[in-house]
Structures are given as C-alpha cells and as structure tokens.
Design a protein around this ligand. Structure first.
Ligand code: PGA
Length: 254
C-alpha cells in the first residue's frame, strides 16, 4: 500500500512569525493522525524555523526548489548540499518555476538527479497548461515531462510525483476526482514503462485548488496518493483537515 503525502507549498508567503505559528498549529493538529505523510514547504529563509518548530513531530520539512550544482557562482540559487542539512523533501519543477524562472524538462531532470543523489526526496511536478489541454495535447505533454524529468534516473521506491494541471493552480477551478485519477493512471503507466515495477510504489499526488471541501474526492481515488496544496496549506485548521480527510480516505481504500 502506498502511504499518501499531503504537502503544503507555501510559495512566497508567510513571515518569520507567521511561519512559526503555522508550524505550531499544524504540529498540534496532525501529530495524532497516522497513515499519511505530512510535509510543509516554507520559503528558504524560514526553513530553519520550520525545522526547529517541527523537530520531534511527524511533520516533515521540504524546500520549494533546489539547484543541481553543489556550490559555485549561481547567484540566488540554493544547492542540494545546503538543503540536505535542513529538509527531507524538495519540490522540483513546479509550474511557477517553469513559467517564471526558466525551468525546462532538462533542468528539472538535473535537479531531480542531484536531489536524489544527495538523499533528498523530490516531489517532481508535472502538468499541462490550459491551451495544451484544449489542443488535446495533455497526455503528450505529461508523458514528455515525466520521461525527460526522469531520464537517466533510477526511480526509488516511494518516489513522489505531483500532477498539477496549470489551469487548476490558484484558480479555484480544480480538476474532478475521476479526471485526475485517469490522468494519474497515465502517468503511472509511463513510469512503469520507463522504470518497471517500482511504479506501483510511486506516490502520485494531485495538486491544483485542493481545499478541505474537495480533498476527499481526490483522496479516495485509487490512483491518487495525496495532494500538493498551495492556498489551503497556509491556514493550520485547513491543512489539518486535509491531512485528516486524506488519512480517512486512505484507510478506506481496499
Ligand atoms: P493551489 O496551489 O492549491 O493554491 O492551487 C497548488 C500548487 O501550486 O502547488
């Protein structure tokens, strides 16, 4: 059975004080909930705060990006060797990095390879844009992102991928459970084609306007192994509800 992940992507939000408060609130609310991995991904300057506040709890800390080089003249970048001291997870290839910061399938691949080699756990993000969906290119785009994103990589057991249709991110227009389930099934089939049996252990999350009101619809789908959440992860009660409902749905799966 795959253990689902609920990961909060705080994006460029929070302050030092509010990130500490959010960690405290989340910790109190989710520590008793088992059967789901909980991850928060604060902005870089607050990673140490999150690590300290969550020490000894069941909540893990992730970063929102990582560079593929160990060190050097890369102004503004953060390397895997720095992150490995602070976090367990790292989001890679988020559509906002692809759209506004020049990430490509190739650079995403380099980041994933470097993160894995360092012992970090990547959450590899893929997703089609609205124009690509309308042009009937969803499958082609996603399979390319998966294929190049994972090229020359030995996918480890339990690896995490997030399917985030770009048109659903921050728009309030979530996919439907069955639609996301079907698409995630295609992604899993591609991972199986590339990497074999390990695909059955790969956690594939849905992301895009997930809230406490719709999370159960996603969490109960057979192919969906949790969610990557932006807006609704910035409030402790809301994040706790996402974790609780995901755990309940997982427990009810055959
Ligand atoms: P959202 O963002 O939940 O605010 O739509 C999801 C994401 O970008 O990871």
């Amino acid at each position: 059975m795959r253990i689902p992940i609920v990961a909060g992507n705080w994006k460029m939000n929070t302050t030092a004080a509010s990130s500490a408060e959010l960690c405290d609130g989340i910790r109190k609310g989710v520590d008793g909930i088992s059967g789901v991995e909980k991850v928060v991904c604060p902005p870089f300057p607050f990673l140490f705060i999150a690590r300290d506040r969550l020490k000894g709890s069941s909540v893990k800390v992730g970063a929102q990006n990582v560079h593929w080089a160990e060190k050097g003249a890369y102004t503004g970048a953060v390397s895997y060797s720095m992150l490995v001291e602070v976090v367990e997870y790292v989001i890679i290839g988020h559509s906002e990095r692809r759209a506004y910061h020049g990430d490509t399938d190739e650079t995403v691949n380099r980041r994933v390879a470097a993160a894995l080699a360092a012992g970090l756990k990547p959450i590899l993000c893929v997703g089609e844009r609205e124009s690509e969906r309308e042009a009937g290119r969803t499958e082609e785009v996603l399979l390319r992102q998966v294929r190049i994103g994972l090229q020359r990589i030995q996918v480890p057991e339990g690896f995490a991928i997030a399917y985030e249709p770009v048109w659903a991110i921050g728009t309030g227009k979530a996919a439907t459970g069955p639609m996301a389930n079907e698409t995630i099934g295609l992604i899993r089939a591609e991972v199986a084609r590339l990497s074999g049996a390990v695909a059955q252990s790969v956690r594939i999350l849905y992301g895009g306007s997930v809230t406490p009101d719709n999370v159960a619809e996603f969490a109960r789908q057979p192919e969906i192994d949790g969610s990557l959440v932006g807006g609704a992860s910035l409030n402790a009660d809301s994040f706790i509800s996402l974790v609780r409902q995901t755990a309940e749905a997982a427990a009810a799966k055959p």
